[in-house]
Design a binder for this molecule. Structure first.
Ligand SMILES: [Zn+2]
Ligand SMILES: [Zn+2]
Length: 491
């Protein structure tokens, strides 16, 4: 009857870690599996299976399997840490139980994951004389993030939304304006038909516990745990946090320290609305953080919804596109993304709507890790207008090599590169190709037919480190912004 580390469990675990683990820190220790038998001797007792938690654990995941030869046997499960009881899920068997610093499965309390001895509690409210039962419990530390649903490929989302855990406010039941609960933001994202949102409140992760609860219900939307690092000299979103991030940059803590803290937890940084005007009207809004290593920055918010709503276009000196291009020209491969910066998700609120802009990420799975891996890969475009039927990808080639958006070609000065924009929808619009070191577009192609592939060729020079495209709607406004294909210039 005894089942030890069942092959099914091992397979499940392998499936869950498939191909999306690269964004996380390596596992801290081998998984722990504990098994045991129960008999009438265990009737109305608690048994404890102890496991040791090393330093640096942000999340413990338990997988529990039980079986008995008698259906009247009841086996309860709970968890105790060095600091006391952490939760109870009774006789309910779930795919897994998570207990993390910032969020936990229902029935469990998020909070510090102290190193030391932890105990899974096995309670036996009922087991009859002569009956026997077994349990197998697997413990994982800092597991890869969970797949929320089966979607894959182009996932649409909003990388910048606020809730009442920050400064989002909306009309309460009484009509008074109060802090806005996180569930309204998630419902707003569903109404916008998004596949993911990043919850990015100013300098706090207190909304992550609510998000962990909401994620169980809203399993059509991946909720990315983020924070808008809000400093005296600029704002940057951190995505994929598993513990509270020290946001302070001052005389004693510099950008390098922040970047290290972000990287240590497998998270990424994106600079927000970098070209807003810094001043008393908007303290810290423009990006003036000193001594920034842009190699530690994964993304730039090239389109901020609040700025877009105010000015009606991305072609203004306040949009982040120019800041992003300057980084590209300096050789940094930072991904352009967008976020609405919504502070009130209720319909009709005087706010940039959730999903304007939308960022569209090629993702191997609907999980936090996979979406962030997609951002790192650069196969991402920004949908400024919220047009799910319009698509944009790039394919570039030279001398037998080819690369898609986010990828790189190597070329010598003088080599000819061909770039093709793969477009769906937007009939009557145009594609504009833009390359590093050129003031004017490389070329403009008309979009005709449902699936078009306008292309341009150009000779590489030493400034042409990247080539990208924008799609203009039939009315001439920028609707989609691609990320570049990069060019490694070799001698
Ligand atoms: Zn901001
Ligand atoms: Zn914001």
């Amino acid at each position: 009857m005894m089942r030890v580390a069942s092959p099914a469990l091992a397979l499940l675990s392998a499936l869950l870690t498939h191909s999306v683990a690269q964004a996380r820190e390596p596992a801290l220790a081998a998984d722990v599996t504990m098994t045991g038998d129960l008999s009438r001797d265990d009737f109305r007792t608690y048994r404890y299976e102890t496991f040791s938690v090393p330093k640096g654990v942000d999340l413990i995941r338990l997988r529990v399997e039980t079986s008995s030869d008698d259906p009247s046997t009841a086996i309860d499960i709970g968890l105790e840490g060095p600091g006391g009881l952490r939760g109870w899920s009774g006789g309910e068997r779930r795919p897994h139980i998570d207990v993390g610093r910032l969020g936990a499965s229902p029935g469990y309390v998020p909070g510090p994951i102290e190193p030391g001895d932890w105990k899974v509690i096995i309670g036996t409210p009922n087991i009859r004389e002569g009956a026997s039962a077994t349990y197998a419990i697997t413990v994982e530390f800092n597991p890869p993030s969970e797949r929320i649903n089966a979607r894959t490929g182009w996932l649409r989302g909003d990388f910048h939304v606020h809730t009442g855990h920050g400064d989002a406010k909306c009309a309460a039941a009484s009509g008074g304006v109060r802090r806005c609960p996180a569930h309204l933001t998630v419902e707003g994202a569903r109404a916008a038909d998004l596949d993911f949102i990043a919850i990015t409140d100013h300098n706090t992760t207190s909304g992550h516990a609510a998000a962990a609860e909401l994620q169980g219900h809203h399993d059509d939307i991946v909720l990315i745990p983020g924070m808008e690092v809000t400093t005296f000299d600029g704002h940057a979103n951190a995505f994929g946090l598993s513990r509270y991030l020290d946001f302070r940059i001052d005389r004693d803590r510099d950008f390098a320290r922040l970047a290290r803290d972000v990287a240590d937890q497998g998270a990424i940084l994106s600079i927000n609305h970098p070209l807003l005007i810094q001043g008393e009207a908007c303290m810290g809004c423009g990006w003036e953080v000193p001594d920034v290593d842009y190699g530690a920055v994964a993304a730039v918010e090239a389109v901020n919804g609040a700025t877009l709503a105010r000015l009606g276009s991305v072609e203004t000196p306040l949009s982040g596109v120019e800041f992003w291009e300057r980084l590209l020209d300096r050789g940094y491969r930072v991904t352009a993304i967008g976020g609405s910066d919504n502070h009130d998700p209720t319909p009709g609120a005087p706010q940039p709507p959730i999903g304007i802009p939308t960022t569209v990420v090629w993702s191997e799975a609907a999980s936090v890790d996979a979406i962030l891996a997609g951002v790192r890969s650069g196969r991402v475009y920004i949908d400024v207008v919220g047009q799910p039927a319009w698509r944009l990808d790039l394919e570039a080639s030279t001398g037998g090599q080819s690369a898609v958006m986010g990828g790189a070609l190597s070329a010598r000065a003088g080599d000819v590169v061909r770039v093709e924009a793969l477009v769906a929808g937007a009939e009557g619009g145009t594609i504009e190709f833009i390359a590093g070191g050129r003031d004017a577009p490389l070329g403009v192609g008309a979009i005709s037919g449902g699936n078009a592939a306008p292309a341009v060729t150009f000779a590489v020079d030493r400034h042409a480190r990247w080539v990208r495209a924008v799609l203009r709607s039939p009315g001439g406004k920028i609707a989609l912004i691609s990320n570049p294909v990069y060019i490694d210039i070799v001698d």
